[in-house]
Design a protein around this ligand. Structure first.
Ligand SMILES: C[S@@+](CC[C@H](N)C(=O)[O-])C[C@H]1O[C@@H](n2cnc3c(N)ncnc32)[C@H](O)[C@@H]1O
Length: 353
């Protein structure tokens, strides 16, 4: 039987009230998530590496930055940059259902960290085609990037680390892509190191006409992304190394990359940036979101410096002191701008014409 859904349009004042209530619900949800997850992860980090508590001043800085992120997210919705539905798209029920498995993962992480077992990986990781820097148990997570189980656990783990703000930070890349692809009927957008596809999922909701491409070196993460994005027409997922992708020069209007660069050695960061430059059309836009760095975020330095003491992040210390904006300029991009996004930074630049 065919069904129709009626859209109820409320008179102006009621519409405004409904929006205010939605926004209040969003703030309450994220602030309580942040308090809950922040308390849990703080306790967990004390188990991993007992330390004096961070100063009240740096905690206040962190909270201010989170408030700014939440308000920017709401403003982007008011400005029509992405749909309101994205505000509540985090699959909380799925993450909760995974809690027993993720609780077991805490024990494995603790053990692996204690043994410094950064090469505790399944057999596929021994394929010599993988670069050496890649075959490590990043974050001490079981199987590194080399199993379907790791891919299934990843999203909840990242939300735990970021106090429930990972998807919010990811979608701050959407406005840059919209700006870059204005006036193009079906712009082509490539997400380098797309992982489980969380960003492409949000980008599709905001920009359904864009033709989306995702590349990642993990077949397991790509498989997961393919399932999440099965409703996206024309999607292409490519299992390959971001250093050299089998794609034509100048074939993309916009290229994005989220949370990749802090996991690469310094020289490889540049190789990937040069590859992105090659793949962009003249005038095309690059948008990179990754961990905050010391240069623009000294206010949260104690948290940034502590991260690699807790998790296996062999290139993070060098990343903290290698400003992304400088690397991007060095690799030939123009018009570089930087935005702070809570625990991350967004760097947007373009290829010259
Ligand atoms: C921290 S995850 C970020 C994933 C995703 N962008 C996100 O927002 O969650 C890093 C991803 O980079 C991928 N990766 C690391 N080095 C790579 C390389 N050289 N080429 C392609 N993908 C790579 C990993 O397989 C993993 O999926």
């Amino acid at each position: 039987m065919a069904t129709t859904t009626a859209r109820i349009s409320l008179p102006g004042p009621f519409q405004g009230l409904r929006e205010s209530l939605t926004e209040a619900r969003y703030r309450a949800r994220h602030k309580s998530l942040a308090v809950g997850l922040g308390t849990l992860s703080g306790a967990w980090h004390q188990v991993l590496n007992p330390k004096p508590r961070p100063s009240p001043e740096s905690v206040r800085a962190l909270l201010r930055r989170m408030d700014t992120l939440l308000e920017r997210d709401l403003q982007n919705v008011r400005d029509g940059l992405y749909p309101r539905s994205l505000l509540f798209q985090m699959p909380v029920a799925r993450y909760l259902a995974q809690a027993p498995e993720n609780a077991a993962e805490f024990g494995r992480v603790w053990w692996r960290r204690r043994k410094h077992a950064h090469d505790d990986l399944p057999a596929p990781a021994r394929d010599p085609a993988y670069p050496r820097y890649y075959t490590r148990t990043f974050h001490w997570q079981s199987d590194g990037w080399f199993s379907a189980e790791s891919a299934a656990r990843y999203d909840a783990g990242v939300e735990f680390l970021f106090g429930g703000t990972a998807d919010i930070m990811r979608r701050q890349v959407v406005p840059a892509v919209l700006g870059a692809t204005q006036g193009r009927a079906t712009p082509r957008v490539l997400d380098i190191a797309c992982g489980t596809g969380r960003f492409l999922h949000q980008l599709h909701a905001a920009h359904p006409k864009a033709r989306l491409y995702g590349a990642d070196l993990s077949p397991y993460y790509l498989q997961y992304a393919g399932d999440l994005l099965r409703h996206v027409p024309g999607l292409s997922l490519l299992c390959d190394n971001a250093e050299s992708l089998p794609l034509r020069d100048g074939s993309f209007d916009a290229i994005t990359s989220l949370f990749l660069f802090h996991e690469l050695p310094k020289d490889v960061r540049r190789t990937v940036l040069r590859e992105a430059l090659r793949l962009l059309r003249p005038g095309g836009t690059l948008a990179v979101l990754d961990s905050a760095q010391l240069v623009e975020s000294p206010d949260i330095a104690p948290f940034l410096e502590e991260f690699p003491n807790l998790y296996h992040e062999p290139y993070y210390r060098s990343y903290l002191r290698d400003p992304l904006e400088e690397a991007i300029t060095e690799c030939g991009f123009e018009g570089v701008r930087v935005e702070r996004q809570f625990l991350s930074k967004l760097v947007v630049a373009r290829k010259g014409r």
